[in-house]
Every structure is written in C-alpha cells, then in structure tokens.
Design a protein around this ligand. Sequence first.
Ligand SMILES: Cc1cc2nc3c(=O)[nH]c(=O)nc-3n(C[C@H](O)[C@H](O)[C@H](O)COP(=O)(O)OP(=O)(O)OC[C@H]3O[C@@H](n4cnc5c(N)ncnc54)[C@H](O)[C@@H]3O)c2cc1C
Length: 408
Amino acid sequence: MDVFELIVVGGGASGFMSAITAAENQVKKIIILESSNKLLEKVRISGGGRCNVTNASWVPSEFIENYPRGKKKLLESFSRFATGDVFEWFQDKGVKLKIEDDLRVFPISDSSLDIVNCLKKNAQSMGIKIDIKKFVKRIERVDNDSLFKVFISKDDFLFSKKLLISTGGHPSGYRLAESLGHQIIKPVPSLFSFSCKDNKLKECRGVAVKNVDLEIYLNNKYYKSQGDLLITHWGFSGPSILRLSSEAARDLYEKKYNFKLSIKWTNLDLYELNNRMNKLREYNGTSNLCNLRPIPSLTKRLWVYLLNKLEIDNTKTWSSLFSKEKYRLINTLLNDEYQITGKGPFSEEFVTSGGVSLDEVSFKTMESFICKGLYFSGEVLDVDGITGGFNFQHCWTSGWLAGKAISN
Ligand SMILES: Cc1cc2nc3c(=O)[nH]c(=O)nc-3n(C[C@H](O)[C@H](O)[C@H](O)COP(=O)(O)OP(=O)(O)OC[C@H]3O[C@@H](n4cnc5c(N)ncnc54)[C@H](O)[C@@H]3O)c2cc1C
C-alpha cells in the first residue's frame, strides 16, 4: 500500500505554503489535491491582479485588531510567523515586495503571477506532487486511526499519515472537517459593499469622500468604522464600508442585510459647522448654496444631492437660508441615514466569516485537538480579516505553522 506522509486538500495560498514548508523540513511524500483545474486561482485574481500579500504592521498585538474573527488566538500564531517572516520568505525565493503608503504590501512587479509562480515553482522543485481535478469527497480514518483514507471517488483513494484541510470557503471542506468530528461555525459572507435603493443617490455615483465616519446599530451593538467611502451606482463601497461589513458580518447576515447606515460626512463638530455656515451667511450671503460648500472636500454633486434630499432649494442664496434649514443641514452632515437593502452585486474581496471552530485547533501547530494528524490552514478556519493583506497573512502564517508541525 502506497502511503503519503502528507495529503493537502486544496491548492490555494495556505495549502501551498504548508506543503512547501513541510517539504523544506524533510517531509518526503507530499501531494496537493486540487478540485478545480486551476491552482492558486484566488492568489492570481487577488488585489486586482496585484496580490496584496500582507500588511506592513509589525506589532502582533496591533496586527490582530484587523481580524474581527480570530483576534486573540492569532496572537499565538503571529508571534511565530508574521509580516517580517513573509517578507523574508518571498524575498529568499526571489520575489521582492514593496510597501505602499497605506501599508499594503505587493510584489514589486505589481503582478500576482510572481506569487503564483513562486509557490508553484518551489512546490515542484521540492518534489511535491500536485494533482488537479481531484475533488476530495470523503475522508476515513483507518488502520487503528493511524492513517487517513482520502476518497476522490469510490474506487479512487489515497492513504496518508497526516492530512491538511485547506479548502478555503468551499462547503465541501466544512463537510470533511465535520465528518472528522469538528464543529463548524456557520459560514457567512464578509467584505462586501452595501446596496441602497435611493435612486437620487445614483447621481453621485463615482463620488469618493475621504475620512467619513460610519455607524450601524444592530442587536444592541454599535459597529463603527472610519475611512474613505465610494458612492456607486448601487449604493456604497470603499475601504470604510468593507471594514464595517467585516466587523458586523454576522449580525448583518442575521438581519438579512436590511439595516440603517449612519454617515458622518465631516470631521468637523456641530460648533465648527455652525460657525462656518454663519460666516458663509454673513460674508458670502449673495452666493448660491449650490456654488459654495461649507466643506470643500465634499464634491459639488454630493452637496447638491444632500440639499435636494433635505428639500432645500439649492439655488437660493446663503443669506436666505433659514436657521431651521441650517440646523437640518448640520444634522445631516453629522448624522445622515440610509436604508441599506442588501449586499452589493460584486464582492470586492469576498471572504468567508465562519468555519472550523477555533477552540478545537492548536494555534501553535494548527493541529486538530479532536483528530490526531489532522491540520487546518487558511480560510477554512473561523478566522477572517479586513482588507489590506490580512487574509493572506493568516494563510501564510497558518500554512507555515502547519507545515512546520507536520515535519515534527
Ligand atoms: C477577488 C478577491 C480578491 C482578494 N484579494 C485579496 C488580497 O489582495 N489580499 C488578501 O489578503 N486577501 C485577498 N482575498 C482573500 C484571499 O484570497 C483568501 O483569504 C485566500 O485566498 C484564502 O486562501 P486559502 O488557501 O485558505 O483558500 P483558497 O485560496 O480558497 O483555496 C482553496 C482551494 O481548495 C480547493 N478545494 C475546495 N474544496 C476542495 C475539495 N473538496 N477537494 C479538493 N480541493 C478543494 C479550491 O478549489 C481552492 O483552489 C481576496 C479574495 C477574493 C475573492
């Protein structure tokens, strides 16, 4: 009977990292089984084809704050393999990385293919067998639980001493984990934009606003985020929205994505806004409201939309603005509300929140506490991060830890 030392189920970022690390640490017979006909497909399409490999934040206790699910457990993993190690790992293998102003890390070539090719080339040169179009249907423990029997079909199966499940957010991976005794936290989407059925808002599509504050109140909890916002033809997107979708992912799912979004369009407070508007009334009284904005960073299109929303005639002059109208404007700039009716049609950087329950896995080794010789890495676990390279960092870290532990 031919027995592998390690079978990796899933040929994505974390599966490759794990297989290569195990091979570099003298694990000999390794095979990666990938169900599709494409390896590392998500790496290829990631970051708009550039692959945001990680994030250049160096302090693990701060780094973990970017993971709405996983936080505390990840401290243990990141203290062993973090951003700096990823830099070294890829640079040693010939892929130079660069840090952008917002701390996101990309290959210097701006091409995700550098990462894909690096992982493929290193796996091949280490003698790792890679089989595509091999969908793992079922796994059994045999030979007094010392081996895993991995079924592609009834008559097509392989044996292995150790097994890594790195199937990302694919439902089959959760079923495999469950069949081996694991509990699955219900998978729900994270990192999505918001749909809003305000037809007039469409006039502002393409408008980007810097540094807004967002808030959602759901199930007696406040979710907040700050950052740039983009108005799209279906509603809202941009980093601040994606972050909020991630923080609130589970409650939003429960509410079927029907909720109120509050937007604070400016970092000025009530007093400052009032002062500005009083000055406009006093010194620029003959200017039309639509032509002179109290916050120049708000585009004219958005400003006119807000005036129209409040049914304030945008052609009237600042001196004819009633005090009541002024306070309604201030109130809207500080706390504008939108009814969100669903997720946006595109998933910018869709990841799954939920997966294998974290209490059942060691974050030193990624080995299951329930099934000896079984390991997990990447998105199949109940870990997910916000945008900015955090999801791949978790893949590299968990993959590396599993690969190391498998070799021991
Ligand atoms: C459009 C997009 C852009 C993204 N951009 C970024 C980014 O720039 N930075 C970042 O940090 N994150 C990004 N992400 C998230 C990131 O891609 C994922 O977190 C990461 O790919 C997860 O890696 P993984 O190895 O866990 O799983 P995956 O990459 O999903 O790999 C799992 C593999 O397992 C295979 N598989 C599943 N079930 C089976 C089975 N039963 N048998 C055999 N094979 C199976 C699948 O076909 C797949 O190839 C992006 C995601 C998307 C969708």
